[in-house]
Design a protein around this ligand. Structure first.
Ligand code: AGP
Length: 592
């Protein structure tokens, strides 16, 4: 799971590569590297362990070059050290590559290539591709033929930018499963894992498909699949949705949390024209006709799916949600007309892609709900709904969780033809605005819980779902040990863990469970833990820690999770940790 960039032609190569890597480091930040041909066509390589900042500091401040490639890595094969860092160069130094993906048959290929005298320095699967490309190229000194042969031999996923040392006027590429885009400028051409690094230079792109390969040069794009030459299909992207400006914000997470009210308003505008919903009628019909709505997702998107299940059950539909990494290996097929809803911010999550392949191989209808236009999951779905949330850069998903739940609510409204969901969502945006005004109170709670040995999040019904998401968010960025429980479950075991160093956060948005939940809080307090109740204001108690305005109960999760995002944010800020890039994680999880 990595990010790659490449450029050729009249462009500031260093600036494009380094800026591009900064914008792709959501895909991994264990190491970064770049390679270019200098004015004498000498191959220069710079590698650094750690974030792109380190590479930026060690690479020459200026260099004359019109062809270069760059990489930011999330380690899969081999530790994050300099040897394993990309770019990788073939044994005879003829080819340099950067790679995003995983090669499944790399061991067998490595053994074979070693038999032909190829040597290997790193533990990576990528070095095998560099050597295989060189081996195949050397057969008849035709790079395109060498790439085609290599594609046939590789099993797994790859997006590659390839410099061939004796061909400085062409930057080669090949792609399967991992995303790769070409950006078209008049006197330069670009490559990148997504459109973001390129949007400052062009809004014309070619979104490459599986097993396509070719080269870009200053003037042209040459595209092939197998032995066929293809005409590149040019698409346009709007810069508005690819904006990376931080503005006055100290980091992306706080920027993205605060964007949530606008994201909800934009989503309403995209799916409701003031009178009627704007979803694809065929998609709505398909949902109505199905006998089972199955949600599949990972992490935060899975938590949003749990709300989807509640909405579908409210419509009287059979519905359930699965974690993608489980369903991918243990799928269940118990209905005649299933319809699958796949939620993914990135649209590139490998576990979910595996599920979608199974679903598509059975010819079943699937709807992708994603924030990323042109992503693998969006492209391969029967229907898709975009979340229009703008880029989400912080690893911790915030505004997109709210957008996912909001979209599911709008979809439910569209199925039922109940337009009042739009009014209910407007009330949510007001409640969120008020929370933003009162965020200082949440920071005060953060100060009281940040030294706890463990945090319990509890709730009942929708608040239990909010607890799960709150716990994930807190773990992910603050590294605190957190657990989420349905309020009533504590006494069935987990309460044994509670001591005076435990903190409890209880979400309380449901009148019908208010008393029961408050009893659960008392039970925990009696064991010495500190508790903090986040409650609807209509049934508040004097010692509640934070109050939120009432919203319709089916939307309460958005509001409670919003509070928890601030809470995780402030705890992490106080601990001085990297909020946007927590350890061991990457934004887009493109490995299983
Ligand atoms: C969210 O804060 C996490 N970083 C993570 O759980 C994420 O939601 C999960 O990896 C799924 O990603 P996706 O929505 O892009 O598929």
């Amino acid at each position: 799971m990595c990010g790659i960039v490449g450029s050729i032609g009249k462009i500031n190569t260093r600036k494009y590569l380094i800026d591009g890597l900064y914008s792709l480091d959501y895909r991994g930040y264990d190491s970064a590297g770049l390679a270019f041909l200098d004015s004498s066509n000498e191959l220069k390589i710079f590698k650094a362990v750690g974030k792109v900042e380190v590479l930026d500091s060690i690479a020459p401040k200026e260099f004359e070059s019109s062809i270069g490639i760059g990489h930011t890595r999330w380690a899969t094969h081999g530790a994050p050290n300099e040897t394993n860092c990309h770019p990788h160069v073939s044994s005879h130094k003829e080819i340099a590559i950067v790679h995003n993906g995983v090669i499944e048959n790399y061991r067998a290929l490595k053994t074979r290539l070693m038999g032909y005298g190829y040597s290997f320095e790193s533990e990576t699967d990528t070095e095998v591709i560099a050597n295989l490309l060189e081996f195949n190229y050397r057969k008849n000194h035709d790079v395109l033929d060498g790439i085609r042969r290599t594609i046939d031999e590789l099993e797994g996923s790859f997006a590659l930018a390839i410099i061939v040392k004796d061909q400085p006027d062409r930057l080669y590429f090949m792609k399967r499963s991992s995303p790769l885009f070409i950006g078209l400028g008049d006197e330069y051409k670009l490559l990148a894992s997504d459109a973001v690094p390129m949007i400052k230079y062009t809004n014309k792109f070619v979104d490459l498909k599986d097993d396509e390969y070719g080269y870009i040069s200053k003037e042209e794009v040459a595209l092939f699949k197998g032995y066929d030459k293809l005409e590149p299909e040019i698409t346009h992207q709007s810069p508005e949705f690819l904006n990376r400006d931080l503005g006055d914000n100290p980091n992306y997470m706080i920027k993205e949390i605060q964007e949530t009210p606008q994201v909800i308003t934009r989503l309403i505008d995209n799916y409701f024209d003031g009178e009627k919903f704007l979803f694809n009628p065929k998609m709505i019909e398909a949902i109505k006709k199905s006998d089972d709505i199955i949600f599949i997702a990972c992490g935060t998107s899975y938590h949003a799916s749990l709300m989807g299940v509640k909405y579908m059950q409210y419509l009287g539909k059979r519905s359930e949600a699965y974690v993608a990494s489980e369903w991918a290996y243990f799928p269940v097929f118990t209905s005649k007309k299933p319809l699958y809803i796949l939620l993914s911010q990135s649209g590139e999550t490998a576990d979910l892609i595996r599920c979608q392949k199974i679903i598509n191989s059975r010819g079943s209808i699937n709807i992708a709900i994603t924030n990323t236009k042109g992503s693998t999951i969006e492209r391969n779905a029967t229907f898709s709904c975009l979340l229009f949330s703008g880029l989400e850069i912080a690893v911790a998903s915030t505004k997109v969780f709210s957008a996912q739940v909001c979209l599911l609510a709008l979809l439910t409204g569209a199925i039922e033809k109940h337009t009042n969901v739009v009014t209910h969502l407007s009330v949510v945006t007001s409640a969120l605005e008020k929370i933003i005004e009162n965020k200082q109170d949440i920071e005060n709670i953060a100060s009281k819980i940040e030294n706890a040995s463990m945090i319990f999040f509890i709730g009942r019904g929708n608040d239990y779902i909010a607890s799960m998401e709150a716990s994930l968010k807190m773990k992910e960025i603050s590294y605190m040990h957190c657990e989420a429980f349905a309020g009533g479950e504590l006494k069935h075991g987990p309460i044994a863990l509670v001591d005076k160093d435990t903190c409890l956060i209880a979400f309380n948005s449901d009148m019908s469970t208010n008393l029961a939940l408050r009893n659960n809080v008392k039970e925990i307090e009696a064991r010495g833990a500190k508790s903090f109740v986040i409650s609807y204001s209509s049934f508040m108690k004097d010692d509640d820690a934070f109050l939120v305005d009432n919203v319709k109960s089916y939307l309460s999760t958005i509001v409670m999770v919003f509070v928890s995002q601030y809470l995780a944010y402030y705890v992490t800020l106080h601990k001085g940790l990297n909020i946007d890039k927590p350890r061991n994680l990457a934004k887009s999880v493109t490995v299983e």
